[in-house]
Design a protein around this ligand. Structure first.
Ligand code: AKG
Ligand code: FE2
Length: 337
């Protein structure tokens, strides 16, 4: 777990080359071009907004979602409760320690990257849906409202995700329910990532470069973290400047596979800061472990041959295996050469 003393960075976190060096430049000037999608316009049937969503998923694999209709009071309540939880002494948080064999609870995720360096972050990871699969022993008991807020927050954001799946199904020339139905028994995880300040931001990453091994990720960012999350785009890194209370949404590997590469699961990383504490709330969706995934038949043709092998979600997604999380190594493993 990340130490409270930011001045002492243990060697297992320190990368051999500076983060901001190398061929991949920081493309700060492109930050305002990250697409912003207005869910209230999609709900009103705007074809222009639907076209923007299509372009966002093809080109960036990322977009900021605004006007999605979850009350600000709930978002603020969730953020405040998390600050309360994180500020508690370590022994309080260790009551929910993530065991080796289970990807739930509070802890330091195992991350493997080319240098075997660790990430400067802690996570609180909870399976929230299907509700009968919840393991409440990992859900924080303090502050008192944490369980209730986690339940409401993850359910509402998941509902937004379900709506997005409807629009994506239509854009992929299917009935609106198909992508959700392909999940069979959708799994939803709630995840808080906590990134304390770090004294060596030039050599330490808060989260290594990776793509998400799920279908959709929706992240509620802090307001003061302008350049922490960075997206790979046109050979460089574009920092995300979050709009107030926007959900930063990204396409995961499984949608890339279903769409036969039409929609992109884009690599991203999180950089550290010398002064700022950051925590984000994520909701991520994926099919049940026994679902087999492969490109959808109607998206395969002579001009667009099948790009990925069939695989069982439980053998693919990190969350079921605590496996490697390195760039796009996972999806590249199943690409048809
Ligand atoms: O901290 C963030 O903004 C994103 C974290 C992330 O990419 C992840 O948890 O997969
Ligand atoms: Fe991610």
């Amino acid at each position: 777990m990340v130490k409270n003393d930011p001045l002492r960075v243990p060697p297992e976190y320190i990368r051999s080359t500076p983060i901001h060096e190398g061929p991949e430049r920081c493309l700060l000037h492109l930050s305002p071009e990250i697409p912003v999608i207005d869910l209230s316009k999609l709900r009103k049937g705007s074809t222009e907004e639907l076209r923007k969503l299509d372009m966002a998923c093809k080109d960036w694999g990322y977009f900021q979602l605004v006007n999605y209709g979850v009350e600000e009071q709930l978002l603020q309540g969730m953020k405040d409760a998390t600050v309360h939880f994180l500020k508690q002494p370590l022994y309080e948080k260790q009551k929910y320690t993530m065991p080796m064999e289970n990807m739930q609870g509070y802890g330091h995720l195992q991350v493997h990257n080319e240098e075997h360096k660790r990430d400067w972050s802690d996570s609180l990871l909870l399976l929230t849906h299907p509700t009968q699969c919840r393991d409440l022993s990992f859900w924080p008991k303090t502050p008192e409202r944490y369980k209730e807020l986690t339940d409401i927050f993850s359910s509402k954001v998941n509902q937004v995700g379900v709506e997005l799946l409807h629009y994506l199904s239509v854009l992929l020339a299917m009935n609106k329910d198909v992508l959700l139905e392909l999940h069979k028994e959708p799994q939803v995880y709630f995840d808080v990532n906590y990134y304390p300040p770090c004294n060596q931001p030039d050599r330490v990453l808060a989260m290594s470069t990776h793509s998400d091994e799920n279908t959709l990720t929706m992240v509620l960012q802090d307001q003061n973290d302008a350049t922490a999350l960075q997206i790979k785009y046109k050979g460089g890194w574009v920092p995300v400047t979050p709009k107030p209370n926007a959900l930063i949404c990204n396409i995961g590997d499984i949608i890339e596979i279903w769409s036969n590469g039409k929609y992109k699961s884009v690599e991203h990383r999180v950089v550290t800061s010398k002064t700022k504490v950051r925590s984000v709330h994520e909701v991520f969706m994926l099919p049940g472990p026994n679902v087999y995934i492969e490109p959808l038949n109607h998206l395969i043709n002579a001009r667009s041959p099948k790009l990925y092998h069939k695989i069982r979600v439980g053998d693919y997604a990190n969350v079921y295996s605590n496996g490697e999380k390195q760039g796009r190594s996972q999806i590249e493993r199943i690409m048809i050469k």
